[in-house]
Design a protein around this ligand. Structure first.
Ligand SMILES: [Zn+2]
Length: 252
């Protein structure tokens, strides 16, 4: 099989679905599910872990957004869910207790900058909850220098600091004593022409996951597929690492 035939897993994306909280689309940047699916099909990306834009960019209707995506994922084979935690909304923890048991839920998603809370203030609450359940937490980067200490304290949690694009990401991954910090390549910062290669030189390939974060799917896939790294590393990043971290993706 050639690399281009590999069914890739997008670990991190979002979409609009007609909520009043959806971000505005433009002619040159679109977020509808049908539009995104076309890009995924052309780039041979077979499965995607989503949180809705309305659920992460605003904290007004997080629980409603979680319910919506939980049901959509159960009904749609290629769609997987990140259940969003808003640490000041107790009902989102209650939802997560149930949703983490779903075969379509990959873990917890947090976005402290858009939800406007201090990660240092709520980290123990969120990460202890994840630790008790051995859950994966996909976090928007925030106070990365603090994360190794939390990862060491809550060593059953697996913490993915999204958007690989800084030396701080690599430092955090390298510093975590138990190897339970990861990153994803979603977003335009991975277009820095040595960031992926630099990260691999320091922390290897096993803790790097592929994502698009809604950016052009072929562009994001190409960043990995044509990188000057061994083919086995590409396969790990584009697919296998996601399955190791979230075994429910095995048939994705
Ligand atoms: Zn995102």
């Amino acid at each position: 099989m050639s690399l281009s035939e590999l069914n890739v897993i997008d670990f991190h994306s979002h979409f609009n679905h007609g909520s009043p909280l959806d971000p505005a689309e433009t002619e040159i940047y679109k977020f509808g599910l049908d539009f995104l699916k076309k890009g995924y099909d052309y780039a041979n990306i077979s499965s995607v872990g989503f949180s809705t834009y309305a659920g992460v960019l605003s904290n007004k209707e997080v629980a409603e957004e979680n319910d919506y995506l939980y049901n959509l994922a159960l009904d749609t084979p290629w769609i997987y869910q990140w259940v969003v935690i808003e640490p000041r909304h107790e009902e989102t923890f209650e939802q997560a207790k149930k949703m983490l048991d779903s075969p379509k839920c990959l873990g917890l998603k947090i976005h402290s900058p858009c939800h406007e809370y201090s990660i240092a203030e709520y980290a123990d609450k969120i990460f202890s909850f994840a630790d008790e359940r051995g859950a994966v937490v996909l976090m928007h980067p925030d106070r990365m220098e603090l994360m190794p200490e939390y990862a060491d304290r809550y060593k059953n949690m697996k913490l993915v600091i999204a958007h690989l694009g800084t030396v701080d990401h690599v430092n955090a991954i390298e510093t975590a004593k138990y190897g339970n910090i990861y990153t994803d390549t979603s977003g335009v910062a991975s277009s820095n022409n040595n960031i992926l290669e630099y990260a691999i030189s320091r922390i290897g390939t096993d803790r790097i996951l592929f994502g698009t974060d809604t950016y052009a799917a072929g562009f994001q896939r190409g960043r990995i597929e044509y990188a000057p790294i061994p083919e086995q590393d590409k396969i790990k990043i584009l697919r296998e690492n996601a399955i190791t971290l979230c075994p429910q993706l095995k048939n994705a």
